[in-house]
Write a new protein. Structure first.
Length: 185
């Protein structure tokens, strides 16, 4: 049985370098690892306990939770917006954290990677995503890190899937996630 990893991309932009990085992960996943690139984070409403009640949970949030529930692990791709995590990614973590103590992210391995325009590759945002995912109950893999700086220049003419250094780093991260994942027999 393959390790199933749900990939959430914190950028909604069609030409996002983080989306391209996620596509590279899908294209170069090691044998025994299947990655689902989640579509639709932009349609998930802002988390609100008033609508997170049985029979009233929005369909987009239900779909996100179901995707995370069926995954063995999560891989978050985070750009950096004004020095921190994008709202769409934080919102997804919030929905996945509930019900408290038993959310869809609970006890699952979570790795955070990404690329950003700046010279540090979005490390602040990625650190915030790790913090939020850990508080939400995820088993954050602190050593599974990849922050690629200066994305606009680096990926101007090259898709991350065609960058040997990026592919090697992503493969290493995916192998770490798979190793930390306990798949039922």
């Amino acid at each position: 049985m393959s390790v199933r990893i749900l990939a959430l991309v914190g950028s909604l932009r069609a030409g996002s370098h983080n989306r391209q990085l996620a596509e590279a992960a899908v294209a170069h996943a090691p044998e025994g690892v299947a990655i689902e690139l989640y579509e639709g984070l932009g349609g998930v409403p802002f988390y609100n306990e008033d609508i997170d009640v049985e029979g009233a949970v929005p369909a987009e949030a239900v779909r996100l939770r179901e995707a995370a529930t069926h995954a063995d692990a999560l891989l978050l791709f985070s750009p950096e917006y004004n020095g921190t995590i994008p709202a769409v990614l934080k919102n997804a973590i919030d929905w996945l954290s509930r019900p408290y103590g038993a959310g869809a992210i609970s006890a699952k391995p979570v790795a955070v990677v990404g690329t950003a325009f700046g010279q540090y590759g979005g490390v602040w945002a990625q650190d915030e995503a790790r913090k939020a995912a850990g508080i939400a109950g995820g088993k954050v893999l602190a050593d599974a890190k990849l922050s690629i700086p200066e994305s606009v220049q680096r990926f101007a003419d090259t898709h991350p899937a065609d960058d040997a250094e990026v592919v090697a780093a992503l493969t290493d991260i995916l192998t770490q996630v798979a190793t930390e994942t306990k798949v039922p027999a």
